[in-house]
Structure formats: structure tokens, C-alpha cells
Design a binder for this molecule. Sequence first.
Ligand SMILES: [Fe+2]
Ligand SMILES: [Fe+2]
Length: 258
Amino acid sequence: MPTELFRQGSHLCLMFSNLTQEDGEAVQSNQFLLVHGATGAILDPGGNLAYNELYLGLTRHMPPHKLAAILASHADPDIIASLDRWMTATTAPVYISRIWERFAPHFCKPGKTVGRIIGLPDAGARLRLGQGEADGFELWALPAHFLHAEGNFQFYDPISRILFSGDLGASLGAEPGQTVTRLDGHIRHMEGFHRRYMVSNKVLRLWAAMVRELDIAMIVPQHGAPLAGAAVPDFIAWAEGLACGIDLMSAGHYRLPA
Ligand SMILES: [Fe+2]
Ligand SMILES: [Fe+2]
């Protein structure tokens, strides 16, 4: 069963946590379905392991041809390896960084993505999805480049005030269905991942300054547990002070292997 992150009127945010894979060889990951009126969007739909659960969840809320968008924070296999199946099952366009626009078709059979990939510019965009008064809604694509991929977006939903943060804020070995409100005990699930996968402290500081301008109720990552309450500002402050990626690399990391 998906976790209901937010519900108000006709606006619903669901998280599918692909729990069956938790002890398997594939990393646990979260996929998201946003429903608004008779339409909606899927966000970081994941690989083929996640496809069935998310597709079934989608059909419970709308006919698949009503799906307005497939949003991808970046182009990793756990984000969008199921693209070929989504291209077949829906008519929705894919929004992904312009720098991955011509790489994503490699997940699909030839010709499947023609005219259906919308490349997001580095500056991001306020996307208007769905149509008309009842079904139209906004989702903001925020620049999160190098957190961790070179072309990387986070998605902010102004109705639920959820920041879907992609791999930033990810926790490994944490229970996805249990929202974290105190950061201290949770850092052990995040630290190793962020130090290796996030690219640099400079970028984290730029990101922190940007997201402090937003009203955020929850930060929901693509792996592990959502953050809410005091954990939101505390995570932003923790990330802002974190040395990671190239900050930690030295000549010792670039030696020819023995
Ligand atoms: Fe990733
Ligand atoms: Fe990921």
C-alpha cells in the first residue's frame, strides 16, 4: 500500500516504497504519484522493479491516458529505467534535464520517445500540468544540479508544500513509511550516502540558500524516509555544512590499482 503524504480536496500525493526490494540486491526506492482532479503526474517512477505497483496505483486514481506528466529528477536506473513501459502505457510527456534529453531514449525501444521528451533548462521552470480550472496544477522544477547528477532537478508542489528532493535527503536502512521529525538519530542513515554521492559542499550551500526561500512542509527523498517538522530546517543546515564528493578527494583516491 502506498503512503499518503498529503490529501486535501482533489489533490493527493502518494509514495510507493517498493518495500519488497528492501533486503534484495536492489536499493530501496520511493516512487511518487500526484493526483489533481482527474489528472496527475508520476515522479521518479523508478525501474522495472517498481513498475507494476505504481502502474496499479495509478489506475486506481485515473485512466492512464489522463496522466499529464512523467517527471524525472535525473537519469539514473532507479529513476527512470522503466521509461519504455511508461511510454507504452500512457501518452504523457517526460520532463527531464536538457542534458539527459538525448540519453533517456536509450531506455526505450527505437522511436518510442519521439516528440515526448521535454528538456528542462538548467534554470528550472514552474510547470503548468493538466488542463482547465479543475485539473490544472503547478509543479516547480528547482535546479539541484550536482545533487547528485550533473543535470538534476527537485520538484516542489506548492499545494502540499512537499519538496521532492530526489537523491538529496536519501536515507538507507530507514523505514520509508516512518516520517522523521528529529534529525539527530537519522544522520547515521544519511551520512555515508551523502558524502559519496553528493558532489560538493559549494553546491549544497547554493541549494540551501535557494530552498530557504520556500515554505516547506516536508522534504521527501527518493530513498528512505520523509523529513518533516524540525527535521526540515535541520536537514538544510546539516547539508549546508557537509563536506562531500570532490571536497574529500585527494591524490590518494587516484592511484593506479595494485
Ligand atoms: Fe541517482
Ligand atoms: Fe536514487
